[in-house]
Design a protein around this ligand. Structure first.
Ligand code: ISL
Length: 542
């Protein structure tokens, strides 16, 4: 391969600032809280921090509804704090990547307020349409349940929102919108950020507003998923802005296949540097994420392998702020929590691509322990709950679905220590702290050589020193529901990675010099302990 870029060498750590560390007692995490822990992230081996949105926002969707792209929400601090974060991070050689949410703004953004006036030059920044035959402009359905149109009394028309009604979609047929976005990007890049995580980036361009083919989810999506117009926008952003800075982009891409995904991040096309795809995160669901079934490790492995083979570079993740905790979902958050969290760590960091760790993942934080909807803050969960109830689904079943799937599972505050509220805040946390913080917390794991966190550290160091793990070819060997086996090869070196998803011992027909295991052992005898993962070095020629 060509000389690797710095973003291929480093491990990314995602911070969801609201839940990371509060320093002023208002119950909401803040930028000074992030600065406080930078040293410990450095020690973990993190080289890039991705910050979920910290901009001004009415917080209908916790910052993914931006009302001012050039200012910091007072809950998080000030622009001075942000500048301090950038300089402290630079001092530690940690790059900061911002979330770029440009499919939509908040309805409280100045552009949208002005756009409500049909005569305003901002009218065309958004997608306004009159109703059709006494109904909505089309039959599209939203990512957050329900339809995609909201009527505005003031102008007598509807506006399009693929997400909540407080997140109106921008109109990318208007060149002024793209110019605004380019200036926002330059603003942050000039400040010293090193790139962007681009929110739902493959839905920007709507090719038409015709009715969609009726589907169980996202009716209308054939008119906006990965359209040529979006590809053109991405190429233009690179040409006009990104290519002038030392930065990278990772796109969150929804409903992509390996083929459409490749088109969005193939180096020769000059669009994104890498993408987050979702297929592996959908291997425990029926049709929609709210209908979960038992996790099939075999399917998970096969999907991971397919994407590893399809793209030359992937963005690898098992958790983010929208997904339940990986140890509760793909591992075992009971007896084998520690083993399975470490196995998932070894797997994540052995794949080809840039690894992304979500805050708390490195200590094996689990899904929330809430008992009712009153404790849930996520707007999506409330929308979906209401929708399910409108279909007369019994409350018990609705709650079961919310409990396993709600985005709040990932958003409970980071568990720092065993003092009240897990050391997250001295005030009242904006979202409940999981009561298991007494047992599961950062402080208790930091100095324990056998902790999950220590294993993350060890694995990150191991990866950093292994060109084969970073850049070697990937080849799946055997994928069953119990063991996922693959090889990574570079030059003469061949590494074999085995990951057990079983609660029982498993025989594995593999041999080689043991380089790493999540158990304390010196060599590999062909038997994997429960949730054991190993990296074996094969002798040359085998
Ligand atoms: O939760 C999801 C995946 O299981 C998706 O439906 C999610 O809404 C989608 O991936 C888009 O997510 C992003 O954009 C949303 C925001 O609410 C999410 O937090 C963000 O990650 C709208 O900006």
């Amino acid at each position: 391969m060509d000389m690797p870029d710095w973003w291929q060498e480093r491990v990314v750590y995602q911070i969801y600032p609201r839940s990371f560390q509060d320093t002023d007692g208002d119950g909401i995490g803040d930028i000074p809280g992030i600065i406080r822990h930078l040293g410990s992230l450095k020690e973990l081996g993190v080289g890039i921090v991705w910050l979920s949105p910290v901009y001004c926002s009415p917080n209908d969707d916790n910052g993914y509804d931006i009302s001012d792209y050039r200012s910091i929400h007072p809950d998080f601090g000030t622009m001075d704090d942000m500048d301090r974060l950038l300089s402290e991070a630079a001092r530690l050689d940690i790059r900061i990547v911002m979330d770029l949410v440009i499919n939509h703004t908040s309805d409280e953004h100045e552009w949208f307020r002005k756009s409500r006036d049909p005569q305003s030059p901002y009218r065309n920044y958004y997608i306004w349409r009159p109703g059709k035959d006494g109904g909505l402009p089309n039959n599209w359905t939203s990512f957050f349940a329900g339809n995609c149109w909201e009527f505005d009394d003031r102008s007598g028309e509807y506006y399009l929102h693929l997400f909540s009604k407080k997140q109106p979609d921008l109109n990318y047929r208007n060149p002024a919108v793209l110019e605004e976005v380019e200036n926002i990007m330059r603003f942050w890049l000039d400040k010293g950020v090193s790139g962007f995580r681009c929110d739902v980036i493959n839905v920007l361009y709507k090719s038409s507003l015709e009715d969609g083919k009726k589907k169980l989810i996202l009716t209308g999506s054939e008119h906006y998923l990965s359209q040529e117009g979006t590809h053109e926008i991405l190429r233009r952003l690179r040409r006009d802005v990104l290519s002038h800075y030392d930065c990278f982009t990772v796109g969150e891409t929804v409903f992509v296949t390996p083929g459409t995904g490749r088109d969005l991040c193939d180096k020769s096309r000059g669009e994104l540097d890498m993408i987050f795809s979702f297929e592996h995160m959908e291997t425990d669901q029926w049709i929609v994420k709210w209908l979960k079934h038992r996790f099939h490790a075999g399917k998970f492995g096969k999907v991971l392998a397919r994407w590893q083979n399809a793209l030359t570079w992937t963005a690898n993740y098992f958790e983010n702020h929208d997904q339940p905790r990986s140890v509760s979902r793909f591992g075992d958050d009971g007896v084998f929590r520690s083993e399975s969290a470490k196995m998932l760590c070894l797997l994540l960091l052995s794949l080809r691509g840039t690894p992304y760790i979500f805050q708390g993942q490195e200590i094996g934080m689990t899904n929330f322990d809430f008992t009712s909807m009153d404790e849930i803050r996520d707007m999506e969960s409330h929308n979906v709950y209401r929708y399910f109830r409108s279909l007369h689904i019994p409350k018990r079943l609705c709650w079961r679905s919310i409990r396993t799937t709600s985005r709040d599972n990932a958003r409970t505050p980071v568990q720092w220590n065993s003092t009240p509220n897990a050391g997250f805040t001295t005030g009242t946390p904006w979202l409940g702290v999981n009561k298991n913080y007494i047992k599961i917390n950062m402080e208790q794991q930091r100095d324990d050589p056998n902790s999950i966190r220590s294993f993350y550290r060890r694995m990150i160091t191991f990866r950093a020193g292994s060109e084969t793990l970073k850049y070697g070819d990937f080849r799946a060997r055997k994928t069953t529901n119990r063991i996922f086996t693959f090889e990574r090869t570079l030059g003469d070196e061949k590494l074999m990675v085995l990951c057990s998803f079983s609660r029982h011992k498993q025989k594995a027909a593999a041999s080689g010099r043991l380089l790493l295991s999540n158990y304390d052992r010196r060599d590999f005898n062909g038997i994997l302990a429960p949730y054991e993962a190993v990296i074996l070095q094969k002798e040359a020629g085998i």
